[in-house]
Design a protein around this ligand. Structure first.
Ligand code: GLU
Length: 439
């Protein structure tokens, strides 16, 4: 058989468009999982499917060296990333995480999930994400500040209030956003509050932003529970990760009468049959940095977390926690993904067969970026809203978006994840088509 002549410019045969190696799905962790999720939605995109490859390629990937002076006089280098997955619908938007396991594959996936999430709740943003591979708990406050500032300076060539707007994520907070805002403002010569969201309220931040992701998790969870006839009051909850997302969501569920029976974080796994005292646990975490050592609870082996008898499971930590290895053990009727990417595609299939309802990250944890959008709008208009208005608008957006996704899932007989991808990817690719290719 004769081979088709290859094009001397691209070195490819006609019709051959292999993805660059770093974009292929095998063994690529979170990015590979994301690519599988995209493949599941393509058959549902109709004529927009011709643009689908856009979703499989990040628009822009920046890898930066972040050298800093350590307190002991040495120089340390950290690897940082900022990935803009798609900006068809508006500037890039998404958090920055500091974690020892951050990789390019992870940041690419997180940036792509931001594109989908932002389109799912219809805020006028594309998707982006950043991160530094570092264990920030090992840095002094001065080292953390120098690293944050140098990283901000390095990614300063692609971020900006109208280009790409970072926000908090795992191990980053209001103080880090304040340093990022200040560094960008120093470099550009004027105070630019709109360059990051999740800032302190006294620095152009928004009321309600800190609680917004957890509040969104609760809102979507309560809506879904109604659909499947699950009573929140008296239901049993297991939560993985008890920080800004899991802690707030756990508190709101407990306020609604749920029993938070198990909590796991990097400090261990705790359990109380009659329900943990959530306010006391939140105080313990604020003081000690993890749930480890909380006195009014039994300690479980970490792996036993997946066997806990519960109605609702909220993974609110990191990716790839629910896998083919533990999905069959989960007792919950409903999983609400507070984390990004906690469930692998293989686990999704097992859970679907077992009739466990999964509320996917790309809608369930969209409350954070929704209030980030409110913050950005408030910064631009220099007019700030009260918390009641912010929460009311957040709840309306979350409920409306969830209702739309629920209907698509029913009509097209697909999972809520695929339904959310259908709604979001159609929005992204429709703008892609309207804008056309340049040149
Ligand atoms: N890091 C959050 C997320 O994963 C929030 C992003 C933002 O507010 O831009 O959705």
């Amino acid at each position: 058989m004769s081979q088709a002549p290859s094009n001397p410019i691209t070195n490819l045969s006609a019709g051959e468009h292999p993805l660059p190696s770093y974009l292929q799905s095998d063994n690529l962790g979170p990015w590979g999982n994301y690519l599988q999720q995209v493949d599941r939605v393509i058959p549902h995109l109709g004529s927009l499917a011709r643009w689908a490859e856009t979703l499989k390629r990040p628009k822009r990937v920046l890898i930066v060296d972040v050298p800093i002076h350590m307190d002991d006089g040495t120089v340390a280098h950290f690897e940082g990333y900022r990935v803009q997955h798609n900006v068809s619908r508006g500037p890039g938007k998404g958090g920055v995480r500091f974690h020892q396991d951050v990789t390019l594959s992870e940041v690419m996936a997180l940036s792509a999930w931001m594109s989908v999430k932002n389109a799912a709740v219809n805020v006028p943003y594309g998707g982006a994400k950043g991160g530094i591979r570092v264990d920030p708990k090992k840095l002094s406050r001065g080292e953390l500040e120098r690293m944050t500032r140098r990283y901000t300076s390095e990614i300063g060539i692609i971020i900006g209030p109208n280009k790409d707007i970072p926000a908090p994520d795992v191990n980053t907070n209001e103080q880090i956003m304040a340093w990022m805002m200040d560094t960008y403002s120093m470099n550009t010569g004027s105070t630019a509050t709109g360059v990051v969201t999740g800032k302190p309220v006294d620095l152009g931040g928004s009321l309600g932003r800190r609680e917004a992701t957890g509040r969104g998790v609760y809102t979507v969870g309560a809506e879904a529970a109604r659909h499947i006839g699950l009573e929140i009051s008296g239901s049993r909850l297991a939560v993985q990760g008890f920080g800004n997302v899991g802690g707030v969501a756990g508190k709101l569920f407990a306020d609604a009468g749920a029993l938070v029976v198990a909590v796991q974080d990097h400090g261990g796994t705790i359990y109380r049959e009659a329900g943990l005292d959530v306010p006391a646990l939140l105080r313990h975490v604020a003081e000690h940095g993890s749930v480890g050592g909380f006195p009014q609870a039994e300690v479980l082996a970490n792996d036993s977390f997946w066997d806990v008898d519960c109605d609702i499971l909220i993974p609110a930590a990191l990716e790839q926690q629910i896998t083919a290895a533990n999905a069959h053990r989960i007792k919950a009727r409903m999983i609400i993904e507070g984390a990004n990417g906690p469930t692998t595609p293989a686990a999704d299939d097992i859970l679907r067969d077992r009739n466990v309802l999964v509320l996917p990250d790309v809608i369930a944890n969209a409350g954070g970026v929704t209030v980030s959008y409110f913050e950005w709008v408030q910064d631009f208009s220099s007019f700030f809203w009260d918390e009641e208005e912010i929460n009311a608008r957040l709840v309306k957006i979350m409920k409306d978006a969830f209702a739309g996704v629920w209907n698509v899932a029913q009509e097209q007989k697909v999972s809520l994840r695929t339904a959310t991808f259908i709604v979001a990817c159609k929005r992204i690719l429709h703008t892609r088509e309207l804008r056309g290719l340049y040149p």
